[in-house]
Design a protein around this ligand. Structure first.
Ligand SMILES: Cc1ncc(COP(=O)(O)O)c(C=O)c1O
Length: 455
């Protein structure tokens, strides 16, 4: 089979998608695209399959990669990452295996080291390429679970949690839900979680943390970048208090950890390097295409003990082989997702990553300033690349959000903060400029005015 025409066709389709992104309405044209749902008895030509797929899904595609997509915390796809990811897909290497796949595992090793360096983390920390921050939490917290129990004389890999001392989890009240879910996956239930008080913006209060620390196997989970407000826990104080109590500190830095890559924003996460493990996403602020998360662990022995697998047919690092990626991730076989991270980091360079962090923060600042000055709007919270606003009462805010999304110039999403409905603006796309911010502010103001006119 000659694959070239098919791949060229896909390149054209993808090029059209990229070209259209800046001006395409951000919302999907329909929530119910009509996609061929019948599996034929006979084969279908791959060219037909792809052409149908592109045509039939198109109306149901939301422009997540638009420079005016501000929902959730969703980065776009930098072309370097997309192109490298395509290559990685075509190569189809099993990146869990260093021996048979040295090309991609070496690329991933370089990308892991670059990420540690850019984020200002210990250069000898271990890393793992996983699907996203959710599984990065599972990876890093498994290492934490290993260490705090091993220090208490319990071998969790051999004996499981049964018979071991309880682990206390100390977190801020405003942690992300993926933290609780990761703990659940690790057999640590909600009853083990002690949530400490946070300040106005949702950052952990160091005095409340100190009160909660009582010794025994303890994992403190801090956050760099609250999903609503962008607030970051005071890392210096958190690490100091936890260090005195002998607790492990894990940092959820899904997007906020990237502040460390900018000389002018690094101060916002000062002290983060003193933690024991960190998680972040490449598919958020770094704009690597989905799916791409990273876990880093200072205690490499604990990381490896929690994840390593052995089988007679596998050659391992400890047998004198190279670094075996599957010994550091929950996945056994997996795609070489670190290749897209490598390509994106290399294309941006150190200054490009810093510029990306700074520009998106500057765009969020501009959103906050302009909306604070707009009639009927109230800026409820603002930090890093996140802005929370209200347009009148709950009902009017929700109606303004729905009208803005329906109009299509931009696409913020919604949330509830401190019991009040808000419009969430997360500036996470590599192409967003001040012009996009201004067009989006105008769209929000128009939508709010239309709501007033119709009530
Ligand atoms: C602070 C924080 N932690 C964790 C996550 C989960 O990330 P992922 O969806 O990549 O698993 C998010 C997602 O928005 C987040 O904002």
């Amino acid at each position: 089979m000659d694959v070239r025409p098919l791949l060229h066709r896909v390149a054209d389709e993808a090029g059209d998608w990229f070209d259209a992104l800046p001006e395409r309405p951000v919302h999907a044209a329909t929530a119910e695209p009509a996609i061929t749902g019948v599996l034929g008895d006979d084969p279908t030509d791959p060219a037909t399959v792809v052409a149908d797929l592109a045509r039939e899904t198109s109306p149901g595609l939301l422009a997540f990669g638009s420079p005016r997509f501000f929902g959730f915390v969703i980065g776009g796809a930098h072309p370097a990452g997309v192109a490298a990811d395509w290559l990685a897909t075509a190569w189809d290497q099993n990146a869990g295996l260093a021996g048979p796949a040295p090309g991609v595992t070496e690329v991933e090793a370089i990308a892991g080291a670059w990420a540690l360096d850019l984020l200002g983390l210990p250069e000898d920390a271990s890393f793992a390429f996983v699907t996203g921050c959710q599984m990065a939490h599972v990876t890093a917290l498994a290492a934490a679970r290993h260490r705090v129990l091993a220090d208490a004389g319990h071998d969790v890999e051999r004996d499981g949690l049964v018979g071991g001392p309880p682990i206390r989890i100390v977190v801020g009240e405003e942690r992300h839900v993926t933290v609780d879910r990761a703990l659940r996956f690790l057999g640590i239930g909600a009853a083990a979680i002690e949530a400490v008080a946070v300040d106005e913006a949702g950052a952990m209060r160091p005095d409340a943390l100190r009160e909660a620390l009582r010794g025994g196997p303890t994992i403190v989970i801090a956050q760099a970048g609250n999903v609503n407000t962008g607030a970051t826990d005071p890392m210096d104080a958190v690490c100091e208090a936890a260090g005195e109590a002998g607790a492990w500190v894990h940092v959820d830095g899904a997007f906020g950890l990237w502040a460390a890559a900018s000389p002018s924003r690094r101060g916002l996460v000062r002290g983060v390097e003193h933690a024991d493990s960190w998680t972040t996403d490449a598919h958020k602020w770094l704009n690597v295409p989905y799916d791409s998360g990273l876990a880093f662990v200072r205690d490499t022995e604990a990381h490896r003990a929690a994840m390593a697998v052995t089988a007679a047919y596998l050659v391992h690092e400890h047998d004198g082989g190279p670094r075996e990626p599957m010994d550091w991730t929950p996945e056994f076989s997996r795609r070489a997702r670190g290749v897209a991270v490598y390509a994106t980091l290399r294309a941006l360079g150190r200054s490009g990553v810093a510029e990306l962090v700074d520009r998106l923060c500057d765009c969020a600042d501009r959103f906050a300033e302009r909306l604070a000055a707009a009639d009927g709007f109230e800026v409820v919270a603002h930090g890093l690349n996140q802005v929370l606003v209200r347009a009148g009462d709950d009902e009017h805010t929700r109606a303004t959000l729905a009208a803005t999304q329906a109009e299509g110039t931009c696409w913020p999403s919604g949330t509830t903060w401190r019991g009040r409905s808000c419009i969430r603006i997360s500036v996470s796309n590599w192409q967003t400029t001040f012009d996009d911010v201004d067009r989006s502010v105008e769209a929000l103001v128009r939508a709010a005015a239309r709501q007033i006119a119709t009530t």
